[in-house]
Design a protein around this ligand. Structure first.
Ligand code: TRP
Length: 325
């Protein structure tokens, strides 16, 4: 039997090239390696931990599903589903809460960061976010979880909870390991010290951007002093970020990308990055346009059923272990 692999993306708005290189592209490669039984889901419950408009949520959920499919995740090869459609996620989180000391959650850097960035809305869901994430993973006996480096601490909690639960109630869960992507931190084009984010649209390359928009954003992208295309995160954060993007897209290392632009000017280099991004996104955008929302919703409900049948077995086992049934 193949090891299980799971990951999710929150539906909070349009996805960008950072999400693509850090998550989607990597998910597709992992799926196509044939080495894993893959589960990919829309983390809609997690997305409620930040401010949202209920009118926009259905469109955001559908958009993540569209992006999964357009990037090449196939319902024939992977289980694609919506988190909230499988109630066992919530139920396992509620049970795991009882084995999670508050101190372990207080230490989470994402919680600390978000408590600052959304200081008007520091809610219990945000605090409990890592426990729900542990439930997502442990429910499917996932051995591997592709994530960005900002999620490693959450994964460590999932491992701790699995170990603790197994020690007390008998072997129930698998301890999951993170699979890190090399391009896990793509920075904003207009400020290479800030993570690329939809909240800075000028510095953000959205997957749905037109070629013109991509060219313009790269033209306006900040560069560093000097004139050499060199990877050096300290002294050349902007160029290093563009090298990361370029290398991620053409599947090379940053060193290879750097030597390809040895004698190039910043302008030539930025043009080349723009064209590489456009070339990568053209088939993605074509595929996305060809998809019908009604079909995607059907596909998602079929995935929900498959996920639920695995999750229901596990949650019943957990209920038994803790003496609920
Ligand atoms: N927290 C993840 C992120 O923001 C999304 C997520 C939720 C996730 N549940 C998960 C990722 C389970 C992997 C496994 O990127």
């Amino acid at each position: 039997m193949k090891p299980h692999l799971i990951s999710g993306i929150q539906p909070t708005g349009k996805l960008h090239i950072g999400n693509y290189l850090g998550s989607l592209k990597n998910f597709v490669a992992l799926q196509n390696s044939g080495k894993y039984e893959c589960y990919f889901f829309v983390a809609d419950l997690h997305s409620l931990t930040e401010d949202f408009d209920p009118q926009e949520k259905p469109g955001q959920i559908l958009n993540v599903a569209l992006d999964y499919l357009s990037a090449g995740i196939s319902p024939k090869k992977s289980v694609i589903f919506q988190q909230s459609s499988v109630p066992a996620h919530s139920e396992l989180a509620v049970i795991l809460n009882n084995f999670t000391p508050l101190g372990e959650l207080r230490r989470m850097t994402q919680f600390k960061d978000k408590s600052e960035s959304q200081s008007e809305n520091v809610n219990a869901g945000l605090f409990d976010y890592p426990v729900l994430m542990a439930a997502d993973i442990l429910l499917y006996d996932a051995a591997f979880v592709p994530v960005g480096d900002d999620q490693v601490q959450h994964l460590e909690l999932a491992r701790t909870l699995a170990r603790r639960f197994n020690a007390r109630f008998g072997k129930t869960f698998i301890e999951p390991k993170p699979l890190l992507t090399s391009a896990s931190r793509i920075m904003s084009l207009d400020d290479p010290l800030k993570k690329m984010s939809k909240s800075r649209p000028q510095g953000c390359l959205f997957l749905d951007d037109t070629p013109e928009e991509i060219r313009n954003k790269l033209k306006r992208a900040v560069t560093d002093s000097g004139r050499e295309v060199k990877y050096d995160e300290q002294s050349k954060p902007a160029i290093s970020n563009l090298l990361q993007i370029y290398a991620g897209i053409i599947n090379s290392t940053v060193q290879e990308a750097e030597s390809a632009f040895k004698n190039a000017t910043y302008v030539d280099f930025k043009n080349a990055v723009a064209e590489a991004v456009i070339k990568e996104l053209t088939p993605f955008q074509k595929a996305k346009k060809a998809l019908k929302p009604a079909d995607v919703k059907k596909m998602l409900s079929a995935g929900d059923k498959k996920a639920a049948s695995a999750a229901e077995k596990k949650i019943a086992e957990v209920q038994k272990r803790v003496g609920l049934i």
